[in-house]
Unconditional design. Structure first.
Length: 178
């Protein structure tokens, strides 16, 4: 007598199918991180780049405010500020020929941070506050890596690593042996 397949599915296949359906439902339900009823129509990568540029612009304002409050630190801060400005330009979602948010920030370089925290009156404390801002932004960018598309994720990783180095440089004593 030839073998005939059972007319009912096995218990194992039913459990496997149910687990797959539940998993798919959970993944579908969790994949949309936008608030309900709000479709921005703006691609995720562009939104992430614009947020990264705004964050870098605020950091540039902190550098400018610190240099304005402590002119003796301006030389030490200049290369770090230049790197942050380069990050801002690289993260910008606008094409190279268009005016970018980085250009508008660079144009107002001497203006103190309007919305930022006040610069501490002691230079060492000002450097620590700037290092804390760099560290905080570096950590936020590291968290953002999880949801970023490929090329942007690589760029955010590089910029986050650079921010961590900036935080170290801001809190270390220049010229001291490590």
């Amino acid at each position: 007598m030839p073998w005939t397949p059972p007319l009912r599915p096995s218990r194992r296949s039913l459990l496997t199918g149910a687990a797959g359906a539940v998993g798919a439902a959970l993944l579908t339900g969790c994949s949309d991180d936008r608030p309900a009823g709000r479709d921005t129509g703006i691609p995720l990568e562009r939104r992430m780049r614009e947020a990264a540029v705004r964050d870098s612009a605020r950091l540039l304002e902190r550098y400018d405010a610190t240099a304005a409050a402590h002119p003796a630190l301006a030389g030490r801060l200049a290369p770090l500020r230049a790197a942050v400005a380069a990050h801002t330009a690289a993260l910008s979602p606008t094409p190279a020929g268009s005016p970018s948010p980085a250009a508008s920030v660079a144009a107002g370089a001497a203006a103190p941070a309007a919305s930022g925290e006040p610069v501490p009156p002691v230079a060492a404390e000002a450097l620590t506050a700037l290092a804390d801002a760099e560290r905080s932004l570096s950590e936020a960018r590291t968290i953002d890596l999880a949801g970023a598309p490929g090329e942007l994720a690589r760029m955010l990783a590089s910029v986050a690593a650079c921010g961590a180095v900036h935080a170290h440089l801001l809190t270390s004593t220049p010229g001291a042996a490590s």
